[in-house]
Write a protein that binds this ligand. Structure first.
Ligand SMILES: Cc1cc2nc3c(=O)[nH]c(=O)nc-3n(C[C@H](O)[C@H](O)[C@H](O)COP(=O)(O)OP(=O)(O)OC[C@H]3O[C@@H](n4cnc5c(N)ncnc54)[C@H](O)[C@@H]3O)c2cc1C
Length: 547
């Protein structure tokens, strides 16, 4: 039985079945409830074994079918509805829409199950800017776009636990480093800033990536790992290397040895920038603000899904896609009804990771087979920790939205109540993130096995143990830990992935079956997923008008 089916199981923090790689917990023996969330991975794995499924006894037709209600699938459906195509049906394996951008309710408080923020869109993402305006997040004042303060991350945005105290921002400050490292580290911070600026000139890096201007530097960076490039360029200061590796794990799910130098530079050049101490924008509160909500980007996906009403079919696992000259067809497993349904449509949009899309075909197109073999997906763990009372504030930088621990295998936590306007701290939910892609394919596979095999209580215990470094009392305040695991969360932009011909071919396909997923960009952020969904939805609508 899955833990989700038995949510009242309790974990003894000190005595929990600790993960083999974790040491003993330091806290007092206290108990908390918890469970895994989301459809058990067994549901998705049924794709591999369809035995026992009853034959199709429901046959229906739609003008367009979208498979997968992640950001990309929902964006495709939105573009179709906007163009006046109402006969759109969306099928989703999970019991709610949103994919990696879903939310949760814990202790009555909304919190994220995955993605939690969106940077403000740049000039190359007008479709996204349009969505944000439509959702009331921005308005035009005196010719300028102004974002609603309530949805911009409140200050303080970030802090780092290093050397036993909290400091502002995430880049390790020189004062926190051994004095012998300070001069060299500052020089490397400044040199890295200059390298990012140089690489990012002339829109060589932007979101969506498809709109970046071709550049020799970007092409070169795409061929080697970020760690290899940093070594080659003499960026070896431990504090800088820790920070860059953290950024890669945070955005791409794997470390600097796994992702390409293109990805490492893109992280900064396309949106965040890199600010060395002394630079005008180095003040953490002067950074470009981000949009965030208590439930993370589920705030956005819930609004994208709402207009679909009964045209959104959750708890439906796509099994088989067939493409013919005049239409396409889909077989789906209706989980609640325990039956296979067959749908036909003028077009089918696959808003799915490409390796899953490939399994839906009797004979997948060769570009799809190549792309599926090219991409490796990082596993992720997201732990929502419900605290009965706030943590002790021990001075140093004030509690922030994003709270990161130096040298931790986790990515730290965000506080779901940070955006609330209540005057006094009280119960809250901390959402801790753990990217498990590691430094190599071998490490990735081992971590995925652990993620799928170890019980929720062992992972909860490992997360709590990490956070105890900064908050020794955390175990005594915990009411419950709900965990979400993603075996194949996001494509890792490894060397050779960016701009690969197979991905380009899938983007350009013009058949009855189209592809729309962040995998097409070789890495996963809201901007890329939304771009691909919108692009495909709009192209189908345009072709339907011409026909
Ligand atoms: C833990 C985590 C944190 C993240 N944080 C951020 C962040 O803060 N900001 C950001 O911009 N991005 C973040 N991301 C990246 C996130 O993946 C993207 O923002 C975006 O949600 C990807 O959307 P997508 O539609 O491309 O893919 P997905 O979310 O993968 O959507 C695919 C959908 O298809 C469904 N599906 C799969 N197989 C089937 C099937 N056979 N039948 C039917 N349905 C199926 C899935 O259940 C899913 O809903 C994060 C990702 C993770 C995992």
């Amino acid at each position: 039985m899955s833990a989700a089916a038995n949510p009242r199981r309790r974990a003894l923090l000190a005595g929990a079945a600790a993960l083999p790689w974790a040491g003993c917990t330091r806290g007092a023996a206290v108990a908390y409830d918890g469970s895994w969330l989301g459809a058990a991975h067994e549901r998705g794995h049924r794709l591999l074994d369809a035995s026992g499924m009853r034959a199709a006894d429901v046959h229906r037709h739609a003008q367009v079918i979208v498979v997968g209600a992640g950001v990309a699938g929902l964006a495709a459906a939105r573009a179709l509805l906007h163009a006046g195509i109402d006969d759109v049906h969306v099928f989703e394996l999970e019991d709610s829409a949103g994919g990696n951008s879903r939310g949760h309710l814990l202790g009555g408080m909304p919190c994220p199950l995955g993605a939690h923020y969106l940077p403000l869109p740049g000039a190359q993402a007008p479709e996204l800017a349009q969505l944000l305006a439509e959702l009331g997040l921005s308005r035009i004042e005196a010719g300028k776009t102004v974002y609603d303060e309530r949805h911009l991350c409140h200050s303080p945005q970030e802090r780092l636990f290093i050397g036993g105290e909290w400091v502002e921002g995430l880049l390790p400050p020189l004062e926190a480093l051994p004095s012998a490292q300070r001069v060299a580290t500052l020089q490397q911070y400044q040199r890295f800033h200059a390298a990012v600026e140089a690489a990012g000139r002339d829109q060589a890096f932007c979101l969506p990536t498809l709109r970046a201007k071709p550049s020799a530097i970007a092409a070169e960076l795409g061929k080697l790992s970020f760690a290899a490039w940093l070594d080659r360029e003499g960026f070896n200061a431990p504090a800088l290397r820790w920070y860059l590796d953290y950024c890669c794990r945070d955005d791409f799910g794997a470390g600097a040895s796994f992702v390409s130098a293109w990805a490492g530079v893109h992280y900064f050049a396309s949106r965040h920038g890199f600010h060395a101490p002394g630079d005008d924008a180095a003040d953490p509160d002067a950074h470009d603000p981000v949009l965030t909500w208590a439930q993370g980007n589920a705030w956005l996906t819930q609004r994208l899904a709402a207009p679909l009403g009964e045209r959104l079919h959750t708890g439906h696992l796509a099994l088989r896609v067939r493409e013919a000259r005049h239409q396409a067809s889909l077989e789906v497993w209706n989980v609640a009804g325990q039956r296979v349904e067959t749908w036909s449509a003028g077009h089918i949009v696959l808003g799915l990771p490409l390796f899953i899309a490939a399994r839906l075909f009797d004979a997948a197109p060769s570009a799809l087979q190549q792309a599926a073999a090219l991409l490796h997906h990082a596993p992720w763990l997201v732990a929502n920790l419900h605290l009965r009372e706030p943590l002790v504030d021990r001075g140093g930088a004030a509690p922030a939205w994003d709270n990161v621990l130096f040298d931790s295998p986790t990515l730290g936590y965000v506080d779901a109540m940070h955006q609330s306007t209540r005057p006094h701290p009280g119960p809250t939910v901390l959402t801790a993130y753990w990217a498990l892609g590691g430094a190599s394919l071998q490490e990735l596979r081992a971590q995925r096995t652990r993620l799928l095999e170890a019980p929720w209580s062992a992972w909860a215990s490992a997360v709590v143990q990490e956070l105890e470094r900064a908050h020794p009392e955390i175990g005594t305040r915990l009411a419950r830990v709900d965990l979400m695991r993603y075996g194949h969360a996001m494509a890792i932009p490894a060397p050779g992935v960016q701009g690969h011909a197979a991905l380009r071919a899938l983007i350009d396909l013009r058949g009855r079956v189209r592809f729309a997923h962040s995998d097409l960009s070789g890495y996963s952020v809201f901007e890329e997923a939304f771009f691909h969904g919108h692009r495909v939805g709009r192209s189908i609508a345009q072709e339907s008008r011409r026909a």
